[in-house]
Design a protein around this ligand. Structure first.
Ligand code: PLP
Length: 404
């Protein structure tokens, strides 16, 4: 047997679960762009899903202190009390949500936090409604939990938001959960309070849970105020709010995420986590607690910088004929429709799909983007503006040239 590669002979040994799941396409593109960079090519990457700022100093200091003081052993599965208290305080301060530390489970990043919730609630045959364009991992995570993702498509024309009628039409007796992600990765779209209330009204009286992924709640730019579904009193017992310190504090590598939910869900998810990973790093937990209750001006600075970049990229890309876009109200992504460029010749190449557009941009113009196919929305491109202004200026000039 070839020990290095997956072949027809050894594929039969893989579980059905593994075969059902796709590898993250955003990682693949980032890898390709990095490879080109290592070959000396001047690639501008707009494919990153993480802030380009360093982790704040005071957070790093807290981690160093934790190591020096020997805080390097197992902790409680749910996480250290000071971290869970800090999360409860954050949820109160920023989201108007009242959760006790017992209603919070901390995990290895937002990813594990979400996966825990899905594993705790979903069985084979259950349906989980996932609005598209979706964050790449949602449908795959649903599949890992043996459930079936039910994709609800949206378009740039409808602001990338599902309507109550669409939600109503997608519900079946097997619907177990709805996943909401506002602000959204990849579109930056946000649901307003009335929009969330209208969607939640559809779920009233039904045993359907809501997973509200609020990863980008601090990166909003003034058009729409972030609103958590768990604020709706009669929904609180069926909403799982997930978040992490990853993006907010530029701590993607530290791996601290969490869910806040009714205690019985937290206990079930903790039981699963206790057998899989126990808890996230003790050192990261100390650092995350300090990030959440410490000086929040770092977040404000990042937010202001992202807003400046968003306005610049939006204004410039709007000038490209063939790009159709909405103003992203949050997160750090743009999601233009490139339908207008398809079927046409560019530099002697005919682009048929958004994947062709992404490949053309990377290979011919050295700009890395992610094609909409990765997010369940062919015909679009995701561009991350978590890159320096200088890089963004370079990227914009190349994009204009590519489609001149
Ligand atoms: N949810 C969304 C919408 C994301 O964009 C990401 C990261 O890209 C995550 C969750 C997972 O974040 P973490 O790095 O904390 O696992």
């Amino acid at each position: 047997m070839n020990a290095e590669t997956l072949t027809v002979e050894n594929e039969k040994f893989l579980s059905q679960r593994t075969k059902r799941v796709q590898e993250s396409p955003t990682m693949q593109i980032t890898t390709q762009a990095k490879k080109m960079m290592s070959q000396g090519l001047d690639v501008v990457s707009l494919s990153a899903g993480e802030p380009d700022f360093p982790t704040p100093d005071f957070v790093c200091e807290a981690a160093i202190k934790a190591i020096r003081e020997g805080f390097t052993r197992y902790t409680a599965v749910q996480g250290i009390p000071e971290l869970r208290r800090a999360i409860a305080e954050k949820l109160r301060r920023e989201n108007n949500l009242n959760y006790s530390p017992e209603e919070i489970l901390t995990s290895t990043g937002g990813k594990q936090a979400i996966m825990n919730a899905l594993l705790a609630l979903c069985d084979e045959g259950d349906e989980v409604i996932v609005p598209a364009p979706y964050w790449v991992s949602f449908p795959e995570m649903v599949k890992i939990a043996d459930a079936t993702p039910v994709i609800l498509p949206t378009t740039v024309e409808q602001g990338f938001k599902i309507t109550p009628a669409q939600l109503e039409a997608a519900i079946t007796p097997r619907t177990k959960m709805l996943i909401l992600n506002s602000p959204s990765n990849p579109t930056g779209a946000m649901y307003s309070e009335p929009e969330i209330r209208a969607l939640m009204q559809v779920l009233e009286g039904r045993d359907i849970f809501v997973l509200s992924d609020e990863m980008y709640d601090r990166f909003t730019y003034g058009e729409v105020e972030h609103f958590s579904p768990a604020r709706i009193e009669n929904m609180r017992d069926r909403v799982i709010t997930s978040n992490a310190v990853s993006k907010t504090y530029s701590m993607t590598g530290w791996r601290v995420g969490y869910i806040a939910a009714p205690r019985w869900i937290i206990e079930a998810a903790s039981k699963l986590q206790s057998q899989m990973s126990s808890h996230t790093s003790s050192i990261s937990q100390k650092a995350a607690a300090v990030a959440l209750i410490g000086d929040q001006s770092v977040v404000q600075l990042m937010r202001e910088e992202f807003k400046k970049r968003r306005d610049f990229v939006y204004t410039e890309l709007s000038k490209i004929r063939g790009f159709k876009m909405n103003l992203p109200e949050g997160a750090f992504y743009m999601f233009p429709s490139v339908e207008g460029l398809l079927g046409k010749m560019h530099d002697g190449v005919v682009l048929h799909t958004s994947a062709d557009v992404a490949e053309y941009l990377l290979k011919k113009h050295l700009v890395a983007t992610v094609p909409g196919e990765a997010f369940g929305a062919a015909g679009y491109l995701r561009l991350s503006y978590a890159a320096s202004m200088e890089e963004l200026q370079k990227a914009v000039a190349r994009l204009k040239k590519a489609f001149a």
